[in-house]
Design a protein around this ligand. Structure first.
Ligand SMILES: NC(=O)c1ccc[n+]([C@@H]2O[C@H](COP(=O)([O-])OP(=O)(O)OC[C@H]3O[C@@H](n4cnc5c(N)ncnc54)[C@H](O)[C@@H]3O)[C@@H](O)[C@H]2O)c1
Length: 334
C-alpha cells in the first residue's frame, strides 16, 4: 500500500484526490494546502483524509511514501526537490519545472535516491490519444507530414507563466507520444495585452529535419473554446476534437498526390476524398489511468508512460519558445 500526500487543492488538486482515492494499492493519508478554506472542502468530501496547512507535514513525514504536487508551476521545483531528498516518490503536475536546469536537477536527485519521478501529462492516458498512436503505428495513415493544434478559449490569465506554458504542454505531450522524431528547432511569436508582459496569445512552430512540422496556436483571449488537432498523413488525415463528447476522432480517407512534371513551373495535384471513419474509444477518465500508472510504476519499479524524459523534453521546447518570443520569432535550435 503506497501512502500518499497531495499538495495543492485548488482547481486541479480535487481531480487528483478523487482519482487517487479510487486507485488500488494506494491510500491518500494527507492533503496539504496553504489555504485553510480549501482544506475544509477536503474534510467535507473525504472525512478520513488528514489535512494540513504545513507543507513539511507532507515532505518530511516518514509515514508518507509518495507526494503529488498540484501547486503553481514556480513552486514545483522546490517542493519536488525537498520531497526527493526526503526519500519520497514524486508526481508533478505539468509542466515539470520552469527551467531545464531545474528539471535536470530533479532527475539527478530521483536517480540518486532511486525514487520514481513522474509528470502528469494527462492527455497521454486518454482513449483518443492511445487510439491515434496505435493508428499511426499501424501505418494506416501513412507517413505523417504535419501536426496542427489549436487550444484557445477565454482562459484564466496566469500570473506566473505565459499561455504557451499553460496550454501547449498538453499538445506537445501528444505530439511527442505519437511522433518519435527528435525536434530540430522552435520558433514562437506572441503578444501580451497586460502590463506584466506575459503573452496571452502565442503561436509556436516546432521544426524537424525530415520536413515534418508541428504548429501550436494558444490563446486565453478567444470568444470560443477550441481544442483540436489535425494530423496529416500521406494516406489519411485525423481530426482530434477534444470538445466532442464521444466522436473525438474522425479519420478522413483524404489525400493528394503531386505528379511529376517536366515543366517545373506547373504543379499537377490529384485530390482524393473518401469516407470518414469515427472509431469507438475507451471513455474511462484519463486521470484514473494516470493515477494507476504512478502507483503501479512505484510498486513494480517500471517506467511510467508519462515519464521524466518526456517532462524535460517539453520544458526544453517551452524554454526555447521563451527565447524565440524574446527575439520576435527567431529560430532557436534545440
Ligand atoms: N494535467 C492537467 O490537465 C492540468 C490541468 C490544470 C492544471 N494543471 C496543473 O496543476 C497545477 C496546479 O494548477 P491549478 O490550476 O490547480 O492551480 P490553483 O492555483 O487553482 O491551485 C493551486 C493550489 O495550491 C496551493 N498552494 C500554492 N502553493 C502552495 C504551497 N507552497 N504549499 C501548499 N499549497 C500551496 C494554493 O493555495 C492553491 O489552492 C499547475 O501545475 C497546473 O499546470 C494540470
Amino acid at each position: 500500500m503506497i501512502r500518499l500526500a497531495v499538495i495543492g487543492y485548488g482547481y486541479w488538486g480535487p481531480n487528483l484526490v478523487r482519482n487517487f482515492y479510487n486507485t488500488p494499492d494506494c491510500k491518500i493519508t494527507l492533503v496539504v494546502d496553504s489555504r485553510e478554506e480549501r482544506l475544509q472542502l477536503v474534510k467535507k468530501a473525504f472525512p478520513a483524509i488528514n489535512i494540513s496547512t504545513q507543507i513539511n507535514d507532507a515532505l518530511t513525514d516518514k509515514d508518507i511514501d509518495a507526494v503529488v504536487i498540484a501547486t503553481p508551476v514556480f513552486t514545483h521545483f522546490g517542493l519536488a526537490k525537498t520531497a526527493l531528498q526526503n526519500g519520497k516518490h514524486v508526481l508533478i503536475e505539468k509542466p515539470m519545472t520552469r527551467t531545464v536546469k531545474e528539471a535536470e536537477e530533479l532527475i539527478e536527485l530521483a536517480q540518486k535516491h532511486n525514487k520514481l519521478l513522474m509528470i502528469d501529462h494527462t492527455f497521454l492516458y486518454t482513449g483518443a490519444v492511445q487510439y491515434i498512436r496505435k493508428l499511426i503505428e499501424s501505418g494506416d495513415i501513412g507517413k505523417t507530414n504535419y501536426f496542427d493544434s489549436t487550444r484557445i478559449n477565454l482562459g484564466l490569465f496566469q500570473p506566473d507563466i505565459n499561455v504557451l506554458w499553460d496550454l501547449a504542454p498538453h499538445d506537445i505531450s501528444v505530439l511527442k507520444y505519437i511522433h518519435n522524431e527528435k525536434p530540430f528547432s522552435v520558433n514562437a511569436t506572441g503578444v501580451s495585452h497586460t502590463n506584466n508582459k506575459i503573452e496571452n496569445i502565442a503561436y509556436m512552430t516546432i521544426n524537424y529535419q525530415s520536413g515534418f512540422m508541428a504548429h501550436f496556436s494558444c490563446s486565453w483571449s478567444s470568444p470560443v473554446k477550441i481544442r483540436s488537432v489535425l494530423i496529416g498523413g500521406d494516406k489519411k488525415m485525423i481530426l482530434y476534437n477534444d470538445i466532442e463528447p464521444t466522436e473525438k476522432i474522425k479519420i478522413y480517407d483524404t489525400g493528394y498526390s503531386v505528379k511529376s512534371n517536366e515543366d517545373k513551373q506547373k504543379i499537377l495535384v490529384d485530390y482524393r476524398t473518401g469516407d470518414v471513419f469515427i472509431p469507438k474509444l475507451d471513455t474511462r477518465e484519463a486521470l484514473a489511468h494516470m493515477a494507476n500508472d504512478f502507483i503501479q510504476s512505484i510498486i513494480k519499479s517500471t517506467s511510467p508512460v508519462s515519464n521524466y524524459e518526456l517532462g524535460i523534453d517539453i520544458v526544453k521546447i517551452l524554454e526555447a519558445a521563451d527565447n524565440s518570443l524574446k527575439e520576435n520569432g527567431k529560430e532557436i535550435k534545440l
